[in-house]
Design a protein around this ligand. Structure first.
Ligand code: LMR
Length: 410
């Protein structure tokens, strides 16, 4: 049975971590995996999370019981409110079904499994480039994936024309995965006008949208600002199509290993002939079947933490300022890296580093330069040139700039 099993290469991203752990050089810098670090280079437990954990553990009903199959109601309700906003018409009109998922990856997997189950055999369109796991998740359940143009390497900006024409030439009713904000890996988001053009083209072709929302509040420090695309999408798409949203709390609440997230389906504004309640019940039952067969029920601890943060006003305020702490430190590091590169007269223009948003910078460094950074300077990043800016701090940013300067020059 096992003798002919194909040996697969290690995961490119997690393998960076293993190589770095084995590296015995005294100075090494991890710009690989997208996980926030504080200015001392350490993982940061958000103060709002510490307080939530205390509240949970002091509570008289503290336990490790199973959650229901759909997850913790206080999480899914709080999560949909954060995502869609207090004024959301979809929430007011009761058009949203939300279930808990194993963070963003689990939510995307649920989207893939659900769409495969309800018979959607269309192509899944992913941005070029995109987060490597997007392709893996959809292909794992049997979907074929295609790409739409996104990053223009010549200008280091959005290829809007290519993007919109790919939307227009895709078969009617295709599925498009859109990054809600802080595009991974490029850190490049469409501006408001560009989002309008993109979403209008999607409406014209009746495509189905899956928003991947992994960085709300983490990108700009402002939850509403980072939800712009999702909310505009709902406004524009909801006349005809359901919208799927995959929400992660890994980055914005720092719940990386706790796998807290939600999967949301926003139903279209139906005409009188459709019994939305009946359709919602059917969809909910299918989602429950997926969770029951794959996880039985979702993990509780991280869900309780996030729910406590979202539903306790004092902690919600603290969380808002925690997100500002993270996003402003990252923005500061973007500026320092750019400024050091300019000061060193590093060939090229480095302004894109400060123009990009969220965890990453798509630096424009070649795979060969990235390899040399690792080999000669112990600076680790993804071979595409994606650097996790959260790995920079006041003690290593100049060192990294000098290393980049050296590989660009020689
Ligand atoms: C990343 O892109 O580095 C993160 O989203 C971590 C992951 O799971 O890939």
């Amino acid at each position: 049975l096992l003798n002919n099993v194909e040996l697969l290469p290690p995961d490119a991203l997690f393998n960076i971590k293993s190589r770095l752990a084995k590296d015995s050089r005294p100075v090494k810098v991890d710009l690989g995996i997208g996980a926030y670090r504080d200015d001392t280079g350490k993982p940061w437990v958000l103060p709002s999370v510490r307080k939530a954990e205390k509240l949970i553990q002091q509570s008289t009903d503290y336990n490790h019981e199973y959650l229901s199959i759909g997850g913790l109601g206080a999480l899914t309700q709080g999560a949909s409110r954060v995502l869609l906003g207090d004024q959301s018409t979809a929430l007011k009109e009761n058009r949203v079904v939300s279930v808990q998922s194993l963070s963003g990856t689990g939510a995307l997997h649920m989207a893939a499994t659900f769409l495969a189950k309800v018979g959607h055999d269309k192509l899944i369109y992913l941005s070029d480039p995109t987060w490597a796991n997007h392709k893996a998740i959809f292909e794992m359940v049997g979907f074929k994936t295609a790409t739409y143009p996104y990053w223009d390497p010549a200008t280091k900006s959005l290829d809007l024309q290519g993007y919109v024409s790919a939307i227009k030439s895709a078969p009617q009713g295709s599925i498009f995965v859109l990054h809600a904000c802080a595009h991974n890996p490029t850190g490049l988001d469409p501006d408001h006008d560009q989002w309008t053009s993109i979403l209008d083209a999607i409406v014209e072709k009746d495509h189905i949208v899956i928003f991947d929302s992994a960085y709300q509040g983490f990108a700009s420090g402002d939850l509403d600002r980072d939800a712009f695309a999702v909310r505009l999408g709902l406004e524009k798409l909801s006349d005809a199509s359901p919208v799927i949203i995959c929400q992660s709390f890994a980055k914005n609440v720092g719940m990386y290993g706790e796998r807290a997230g939600c999967f949301h389906v926003v139903f279209p504004r139906q005409d009188q002939s459709v019994d939305t309640e009946k359709v919602k019940a059917a969809v909910t039952s299918q989602l429950a079947k997926i969770t029951r067969s794959e996880l039985s029920n979702p993990p509780a601890y991280g869900a309780k933490i996030v729910a406590t943060v979202l539903n306790t006003p004092e902690l919600t305020n603290q969380w808002h300022s925690d997100m500002v702490t993270m996003s402003s430190r990252i923005i500061k590091m973007r500026h320092e890296l750019r400024d050091h590169l300019v000061k060193l007269n590093t060939p090229g223009n480095w302004d894109h580093i400060v123009g990009q948003t969220g965890m990453f910078s798509y630096t424009g460094l070649s795979a060969e330069m990235v390899q040399r950074l690792e080999k000669e300077h112990a600076v680790y990043m993804v071979s595409s040139g994606r650097a996790s800016i959260a790995g920079l701090n006041s003690s290593n940013v100049e060192y990294v700039a000098k290393a980049i300067n050296e590989v660009v020059n020689h």
